[in-house]
Design a protein around this ligand. Structure first.
Ligand code: G1P
Length: 271
């Protein structure tokens, strides 16, 4: 089973910091943001993380490649702990596929079709970090309890934010689980079927990957993953796990990135 991390975006909101450096490589406390997401993927049932990259963002691949020269130099200089870190990060099980054109999240995910084959797969959006790694196993448990159905993480958001997200319609089947009836990407508030927003962690059936091949451009002219999820509901069940907002950290804007750094830094200091 694979965990997919789309990473081919331009990082526009972070310019000029992201002119020569991928947004995914920006530091969050002590690691590039994408390292948290890769570690989360590998802590789940996935055996490999597939980064959907662009050819312009080689720094991501360099980060996850072995660097025996640097390791040897650090050891020679008595910096064993740093050598261990470099060795560890270079040995994480990461591979790459490429999205040649930025045509939307659904298009990015579809670029990994050959990797996922006929297995379920995770999608982890890099804008949100889940440092305790607990969300994917919780989603897997919901899927197992419902015959292997797709499961998406959702979070209640205030009215003024629903238009930024995918939003679900459905009904509660447990305190923190909904059965999904439909999804809509970035609805106007008046059209939003609930205030439960798709958060950026997905456990999806292989049928979603097949359907993505036929999804037409939607909101913003982009091929939307949300539209493939809505389409699969005609054939399969899907559930939504309502997450505890305290488990996830947004890094999608400069402000939220700074705030996340602040909170995680304090957590690291034990404050
Ligand atoms: C994407 C998805 C959206 C989801 C959001 C979560 O939107 O299309 O459904 O709610 O991520 O962050 P984006 O933020 O890429 O516009």
């Amino acid at each position: 089973m694979k965990a997919l991390i789309p990473a081919a975006g331009l990082g526009t909101r972070f310019l000029p910091a992201t002119k020569a450096q991928p947004k995914e490589m920006l530091l969050v406390v002590d690691r590039p943001a994408i390292q948290y997401v890769v570690e989360e993927g590998l802590a789940s049932a996935a055996d490999e993380v597939v980064i959907i990259n662009s050819h312009e963002k080689k720094a991501i691949e360099e980060h996850f490649s072995p660097n025996p020269e640097l390791v040897a130099l650090l050891r020679e200089r008595g910096k064993g702990a740093y050598a261990d870190m470099v060795e560890y990060v270079g040995n994480l099980n990461v591979s790459y596929v490429y999205q040649e054109e930025a045509l939307g999240l659904g298009h990015a995910v579809r670029c990994a079709a050959e990797k996922t084959g006929d297995e379920p797969f995770y999608v982890l959006l890099g804008d949100v970090l889940v440092p305790n790694n607990k969300m994917l196993p919780a989603m897997q448990a919901v899927s197992d309890a419902h015959g292997g159905a797709s499961v998406i993480a959702v979070m209640p958001v205030p009215d003024e934010e629903v238009g930024r997200f995918g939003v679900i319609a459905g009904e509660a089947v447990a305190d923190d689980v909904w059965k999904v009836e439909s999804l809509v990407e970035k609805p106007a508030l008046a059209d939003a079927p609930s205030n439960l927003a798709v958060f950026g962690r997905y456990l999806l059936s292989p049928r979603v990957m097949e359907l993505l091949a036929d999804v037409e451009p939607g909101v913003g002219g982009e091929i939307q993953l949300t539209d493939a999820l809505d389409a699969v509901l005609k054939e399969e069940e899907m559930y939504a796990l309502i997450i505890d907002p305290a488990d996830g950290f947004d890094t999608g804007t400069v402000e939220s990135w700074l705030e996340t750094n602040n909170i995680l830094w304090k957590q690291k200091q034990g404050r």
